[in-house]
Write a protein that binds this ligand. Structure first.
Ligand SMILES: [Zn+2]
Length: 250
């Protein structure tokens, strides 16, 4: 039985746990306004993050036709929940796309602070290991961004939590949009391999950039739970895309 979730995340970059050393990396310009700013996401940018429109799935924040406890995908998933900073649309979508494919990496520290804040909203004292989803797309590998891993490293510093490259990409992922749902599920266990886990860990928080179909997060969760059935697994992402966004950007 999933515990009730706190869905009242209000992003406030200034209240995040700031790692002093990372301030040196902060850019001089806001990614939203283009104006000089101490952070890549100024208070104005944070105020203009796209917001989730009701009704949405209380477990993964996907848009749903009617208010329901969880969407069809989540009824078949092993993760406890997926939390997203904002929906994958408007300027937030363009910014993540730009960062993911390596054209601008200055917003990564601000992304990590928002993710850390989101985690603290879910659980004030997270008892967890952070695990990034390995980048397998050819474009991410070529650009060398490995955004989920960089986010995990920085969130780890901010929240003083351990992180691990526990998941290993077992094979290049095929574009999910070309696969039928059943086929995606059957392939899930082939997506990842696992490194062994310290015995003390009982909760894993996966970190990814964008959740679209959820197939990747479900596969990662299944892979972990097959090896460690007692673990609790949840996921944190920068953006939740609706399935209609299965287009050329994925
Ligand atoms: Zn859902």
């Amino acid at each position: 039985m999933a515990r009730p979730r706190n869905l009242s995340f209000i992003p406030q970059l200034a209240t995040g746990v700031i790692d002093g050393a990372l301030d040196l990396l902060l850019p001089a310009q806001c990614a939203y306004t283009g104006q000089p700013s101490a952070s890549a996401l100024s208070p104005e940018a944070i105020a203009h993050l796209p917001s989730f429109q009701s009704p949405y799935c209380s477990k993964c924040m996907a848009s749903t036709k009617e208010a329901a406890l969880s969407c069809e995908d989540c009824r078949n998933s092993a993760y406890d929940f997926v939390a997203a900073i904002a929906p994958y649309k408007d300027w937030w979508r363009q910014l993540i796309y730009r960062v993911k494919f390596g054209h601008d990496q200055s917003p990564i520290p601000a992304f990590a602070t928002l993710l850390a804040d989101l985690m603290l909203t879910e659980e004030p004292t997270p008892p967890t290991l952070l695990v990034p989803i390995p980048s397998a797309s050819r474009r991410s590998l070529i650009s060398g961004t490995r955004l989920p891993e960089r986010l995990a490293k920085q969130v780890s510093k901010r929240l003083q939590l351990p992180w691990s490259r526990m998941l290993i990409s077992a094979q290049p992922r095929r574009p999910q949009r070309s696969l039928e749902r059943k086929e995606r599920r059957a392939l899930a266990s082939e997506f990842f391999a696992l490194r062994s886990l310290p015995a003390s860990v009982d909760t894993i928080w996966l970190i990814d950039d964008i959740m679209t179909t959820g197939a990747t997060l479900r596969a990662a969760t299944e892979c972990i739970k097959n090896a460690y059935p007692g673990l609790s697994v949840a996921a944190f992402v920068l953006a939740r895309a609706n399935k209609k966004h299965l287009d050329s950007q994925q």
